[in-house]
Ligand binder design. Structure first.
Ligand code: PEP
Length: 255
């Protein structure tokens, strides 16, 4: 049984999709489909320029809006970057940090992921912290070591109080955008490994209460089985978060 205080969170990662007008249209279409489905928190993480439109469209609904990344400095000479304070001001409540596409294409490391996480938490944002192994690491049998190390490095220096605003998204890199999904047993096992590492860092209560999502080709067909697992507390969803009916079916599975 999952503890009552552990929230299920179904979050969409729109990636580089949906300009402001499209974000608004999508939220207006999706809101009635997920209304009242309060057994989970519902979040869409939008491109920076679409956050304002998404926040306005989601006002008065049970949909929360987040960003897809954040810089670790508050302001200054960091061309092209956006700070946590700026995200707060436009109404973002969540931010994804450490997504594998950021690590892979934009050279983000556990060190910068940790700095971004700290800055976001300090500004009052909730963080969806992504980590997971690549295919070669799973084949080499070192998944547990990899996710354990990422968990420790990414959470370094974060207090137990701050941890209450952290969601971990376990995202095996080989399953993201590939149509390959971890089996429910694999997802449960690795989310369980991450929970054990959290327990070793913060104690059993914190580990029992932290939300650990699975992400990697979750969709309307496989969500129910994945979400039924003891250690899987929701999903971070890419492709299927762009289609209102698919996303709302995942929300239904969580309810
Ligand atoms: C993601 O972008 O975090 C993700 C899991 O994508 P997809 O659902 O498309 O695999």
């Amino acid at each position: 049984m999952k503890p009552e205080s552990r929230r299920t969170v179904i979050a969409g990662n729109w990636k580089m999709n949906f300009a402001p007008s499209e974000a608004k249209k999508f939220i207006k279409k999706t809101a009635p489909l997920v209304a009242g489905k309060d057994a989970c928190d519902i979040v869409f993480c939008a491109p920076y320029v679409s956050i304002d439109a998404a926040v306005k469209a989601a006002k008065g609904t049970n949909i929360h809006i987040g960003a897809e990344n954040v810089h670790f400095e508050d302001h200054g000479a960091f061309t092209g970057e956006v700070s946590a304070r700026m995200l707060k001001e436009v109404g973002a409540e969540y931010v994804i940090v450490g997504h594998s596409e950021r690590r892979q294409y934009f050279a983000e490391t556990d060190e910068t992921v940790n700095k971004r996480t700290k800055a976001a938490l300090a500004a009052g944002l909730k963080v969806i912290l992504c980590l997971g192994e690549v295919k070669e690491q799973r084949l080499a049998g070192i998944t547990d070591e990899v996710v354990g190390m990422q968990t420790k490095l990414d959470l370094a220096g974060i207090t137990e109080e701050e941890l209450k605003n952290v969601i971990i998204a376990y995202e095996p890199v080989w399953a993201i955008g590939t149509g390959l999904t971890a089996t429910p047993a694999q997802a449960d096992e690795t989310c369980g490994v991450i929970r054990k590492v959290v327990a070793s860092l913060y104690g059993k209560k914190a580990a029992d209460e932290i939300t650990i999502q699975y992400g990697g080709s979750m969709n309307d067909k496989n969500a129910a089985e994945l979400l039924a697992k003891k250690n899987v507390d929701g999903g971070l969803i890419g492709g299927a978060s762009l289609v209102p009916e698919k996303f709302s079916a995942i929300v239904d599975a969580a309810n």
